[in-house]
Each structure stands twice: as C-alpha cells, then as structure tokens.
Design a protein around this ligand. Structure first.
Ligand SMILES: [Zn+2]
Length: 240
C-alpha cells in the first residue's frame, strides 16, 4: 500500500514537471504577448457561457421575497421563429432560449402555433411601469393590485408569456380555452417549463390567473413539479 502511494506521488511529480515544461515552451513559443492572449481567452469564455454569479433557476420570487435590482442575468435575443409576430425584442437566458426552440418546434409538430409574447423585464422597467400605475390609480391601489419592482419572475430571464395564434397572441382569459393551452399543460414540463402563477394562488385545481406565464426550471424539476400537482411556488419552496 505504502509503495503504491509512493509510486503515485512520483507519477504526480513527473506530471507536474512535464506540465511546467509545456507551459514554459508555450509561453516562449507565443510570438505575441502571452498575457494579452490569456486575457482574451477568459473574456471569450465569459461572453459565451455567461457565468452568472449565482444560479437563480429555482429562486422564489414573490411580494414577500422580491428580487433586488442587481439580479440581472446574461441574456440572448430570441430568434423571430419562436417570437410572436408583433413582439419586440425578446431576451431570455441561453438555456431558456434553447428550451423554447424545442418547445415551439414540438408544439408546431403537434399542429399548434405557440410562440413567445413577452420575456425578460428588467428591474428598471418594472419600476417605471409601477410608477406609471401609481400615477394612474394612486399608491395604495397600485401596491395592493400591481406588481412592485422586483416581484416579477420575468426579471430572472427564465420566465416567458406564451401566446397562441388561434387567439391572435392576446394574453387574456380566452387563452385557457385554446388547444394550445391544453397542449402546454400536458407537454411544457417535458421541455423544462413549469406553469407559474405570479399571483401565487396556492389552491389546487384552480386555474392560474396568468395561464400564459411559464418559467424554465429544467426538465428534471419541471417533471417533479408536474408529478407533484402543487403550485410552482410551493414546489420551489420545498427544494430549499
Ligand atoms: Zn408573465
């Protein structure tokens, strides 16, 4: 046993020596400034991967637990093929974009035209919308009925509002009577999306007040949430 460990130690030492030699040769071999080269590589990786400081995929967002202004995920723009025709620029995280492409394609194969109507909304945008609401209906009513900044899952970059061509992409109560809505209820979790009710209705079997609002939580968690039958916020709290 001792001899085995000793051999391992020698092997590791040999490996370190070889690695150091290769590093030295590489550094000498680079005609340009190697320090600049390595900085370039690091920033390239950051721009591709995004490297958010923390993972907010399962983060609970509610009136009691609002997001601070510094929750600002790295985002990509959704391509037109998954966006509703009149939608402006739609931003989501990279994994959410990939999952949306698969979901929209699968819905299309099943004969449904489901696409994204709304996506990321920054803290500043929410703040601005809330101030306009206060100006319109007064602070007391805005606080009780509106969405104060930080309380929208759209700030995570993983929440989207999905519309259907059969209801001309409008987000209203008619959406729940569409075949697209039923398809989403049955299949969205297979792509990592959970129906998430921002109004936090926790009663079972009650239709959500925003039935078009979906949030990407990953396929594994979406499947568990779907099997659990509980509202998403209840499920997310159970994962803490
Ligand atoms: Zn929404």
């Amino acid at each position: 046993m001792y001899r085995y460990l000793n051999d391992l130690h020698v092997l590791r030492l040999a490996f370190l020596l070889v690695s150091a030699s290769i590093a030295a040769i590489t550094a000498i071999g680079c005609g340009d400034d190697p320090a600049i080269d390595s900085r370039t590589e690091v920033s390239d990786v950051t721009s591709v991967v995004g490297a958010p400081p923390r993972d907010d995929t399962l983060r609970v967002v509610s009136r009691a637990e609002p997001l601070p202004p510094d929750v600002a995920p790295v985002l990509v723009e959704l391509s037109r093929e998954v966006a509703a025709p009149a939608a402006g620029q739609l931003l989501v995280t990279q994994v959410t974009a990939a999952a949306l492409h698969e979901l929209v394609a699968a819905a299309h194969s099943a004969g449904h035209d489901v696409r994204v109507v709304a996506a990321f909304r920054s803290y500043a945008d929410q703040e601005q919308a809330f101030q306009s609401l206060i100006a319109r209906i007064g602070e007391a009513r805005a606080v009780s009925t509106g969405t104060p900044p930080g309380t929208s899952e759209h700030q995570l970059g993983t929440a989207v509002d999905l519309g259907a061509s059969s209801t001309e992409w409008l987000l209203d109560e008619r959406f729940t009577s569409t075949p697209e809505f039923r398809w989403l209820q049955e299949h969205a979790h297979e792509f990592g999306f959970a129906a998430s009710d921002p109004a936090e209705r926790e009663a079972r079997n009650e239709l959500p007040s925003e039935p078009w609002h979906y949030r990407f939580v990953g396929i594994e968690h979406a499947a568990r949430w779907h099997d659990s039958g509980v509202p998403l916020i209840t499920y997310l709290r159970s994962t803490r």
